[in-house]
Design a protein around this ligand. Structure first.
Ligand code: PDD
Length: 281
């Protein structure tokens, strides 16, 4: 099965796909992106991903060169062409290619890149046993709601986590938790299941929204409010959400066990409910 790419209307293998060295995505990280996946051939919450892509582009004054319905057609065609049932789809939209000047070029056409690969699920062991995370200062800008191509702090944070033998780094801004390098965080404190509020300091994940909804539908007390790092150490349970991690139990933070050091009941319930919802579609 092929890994394929779409670059401004042209299809090729990913290894043959090319953009200009003057592309502002390469020169400045001047662009936005989305990661979308399919489950058994069904694209997961496509409308929400496309709306977020449009919102991110608008925030940095890029006009998407394709309408939502055109993007949807390209995505569905790419999935068919790739032939995979579980597809990992990246969409990158940059301001385009132009001689290097910081200010916006006058006449430039945005670059649209999509890649389609097989989605490799996380090892079952991680899901069953839970993962370790670390905390690290949030050195990102104050518009983290934009899914920007500028991911240096995320890249550095994730590497720091891996070097510490952990799976994810959680960012801390002014003593408060924001989110992971590539995921959102939830903490179970007694009956409450708390996640930091949407706003400029987090990317409000599509998975986060789905989990908030599933929890509420099942009578759980889902709360969006600020969380201090100190509250995480004494939390009963922690878990991450995201397109790649789905709902993933966290059992250690900065080397200290969370709860009894095993995935908690509420987390396991939400993991199951999330999987059931996918299976029922
Ligand atoms: N990132 N927060 C950040 C900083 C993220 O990068 C992501 C996802 C999320 C979760 O969002 P969602 O549930 O919509 O996937 C939260 C993807 C996985 C990535 O960068 O590859």
């Amino acid at each position: 099965m092929p890994n394929i790419a779409f670059v401004n209307g042209k299809w090729s293998s990913i290894s043959a796909a090319k953009v200009s060295v003057e592309d502002r995505g390469f020169q400045f990280g001047d662009g936005v992106y989305e990661l979308i996946r399919t489950y058994q051939g069904e694209v997961f919450h496509l409308d929400e991903h496309l709306s977020r892509l449009e919102a991110s582009a608008k925030e940095i004054e890029i006009t998407l060169p394709y309408t939502g319905s055109r993007l949807e057609k390209i995505i569905r065609l790419g999935c068919r062409k790739s032939g995979f049932t579980d597809v990992k789809i990246y969409i990158q939209v940059t301001r385009g290619a132009a001689p290097r000047l910081h200010s916006f070029p006058k006449k430039v056409k945005p670059t649209v890149v999509m890649t389609f690969r097989e989605f490799e699920p996380l090892p079952l062991k991680l899901r069953e046993e839970g993962v370790a995370i670390i905390s690290t200062p949030d050195i990102r800008w104050a518009r983290c709601n934009v899914k920007s191509l500028n991911l240096l702090p995320n890249v550095m944070g994730r590497e720091q986590a891996l070097r510490a033998g952990a799976f994810e780094a959680i960012f801390i801004r002014d003593g408060k938790v924001t989110e992971g390098a590539g995921s959102n965080l939830f903490a179970v404190l007694g009956k409450k299941i708390i996640t930091p509020p949407a706003g400029p300091y987090i990317l409000s994940g599509i998975t986060r929204e789905v989990v908030l909804r599933i929890g509420k539908e099942n009578g759980l007390e889902m709360v969006e409010k600020e969380l201090k790092l100190s509250q995480l150490y004494s939390a009963d349970e922690l878990f991450l959400t995201g397109t790649t991690v789905e709902v993933l139990p966290v059992v250690r933070l900065d080397g200290k066990p969370i709860g009894d050091g095993r995935p908690g009941e509420k987390t396991k319930f939400l993991c199951r409910a999330f999987q059931e919802q996918i299976a029922s579609k």
